[in-house]
Design a protein around this ligand. Sequence first.
Ligand code: GLY
Ligand code: MN
Ligand code: MN
Length: 431
Amino acid sequence: MQERDPLAEQWNGKRLGVEGVKKELGFDMAFNGSEFMNLNIDFTSFDKVSFFDFNNDVRDKRGDADLFDLIRSFKIKAEYPADYSATKQQLYTRIQSTDVENSANVAQTLGRYLNYDAKLKEDELLSGFMNAKDDAIRSEIKQKVSLKLKANNLDSSMISEIMSTLRETKTEEEMVLLKKAVEISAVGQVEVMKAMHPNMSETEIQGVHEYVYKKYGAEYEGYPSIVGGGNNGCILHYIENNKTQVGNDLVLMDLGAEYHGYTADVTRTIPANGKFSPEQKQIYDIVYDAQEAGIKASTVGAPFQAPGSASSEVIAEGLMKLGIIKEAKEARTYFPHGTSHYLGLDVHDKGTYGPFQANTVITVEPGIYIPEGSDCDKKWWGIAVRIEDDILITDNGPVNLSAGAPRTTEAIEAVMKQPSPLDDFVLPNLD
Ligand code: GLY
Ligand code: MN
Ligand code: MN
């Protein structure tokens, strides 16, 4: 803990201190930074010392027991080598665990890492293994690698693996918070549907979503908000949100509230003037059908790729039917991203990518993006549609947690006809 300090607390806010942490957060053991730094721990007495490797991006601030100092003292106590590299350790472990039959394949895999990283290439054992002419040389290097691994007890991969397993499935307590984050975000979409009109700016639309989040007590946005009118929607991570009038285009809105640490990730695409044009609707309905297929494929035991395969197939067929592409493989041009990721503490949460388990939450988010100048009829240019929902996988099938925000063109148009409290929110003209 940071030590209590009345002057620092007056400027920068209260600190819980050791006693506060025990009382408020329920920890049995808590230390001030300086005490923790000076704890006499013999790291050599452990089989393994597991940690996330350091990015060396923490600066030394004032105080002699801040995070920078704690990292430095850990490195000294755990005998962390100056040239430690998590990737190097992983590759050593890979070499150590390979059998003779597979050693040539592993050598080939090493090439993929070494050819992109000059530092790794400098490592004699890794380079030696990659360039070895036969199994005998590879076996010899393997022994040397084993010795090198035994030289310390540091492990920077185990925690990551444990976290992937822990974070993939959610506990009941986590689901309460995650559901709330998603429901808040769905309400944000509904309120924007009511308030939307062609004179609005992208940033104003963003503000309405985020106001709803705050009104419900969500502390942050889970990731930078994306609001793209027309062609801007084709930029997947468009966060400038600076078009001053969305006009008669579709508006793609990918935003998520973060509530008590858990983040939602919900996208709706709606016509700013309240009515889908025939072309907008044709593209929208393909994405909708693709999403339906993806959600249906999100079942316990299915491979992680199942929603993506199902959605991609529908999009390829739909684009071929409209004459936008000739062959299924061209669909990637207009649907260039993945369909699903885990969701939870992070918007792109950790997971094992194994077959789906109950109590996992993923997104299902197919899209079609046709930027101006695309190799197809001009009437499609500037249409960008993504529909993204947060899906809880259960033993009884998928549950759409963000269903509160309408998804069909009919339901969206109906909500857009409803009045909004913002219709009467007129500010003084400052021109
Ligand atoms: N909002 C980021 C994503 O959809 O993955
Ligand atoms: Mn997403
Ligand atoms: Mn998203």
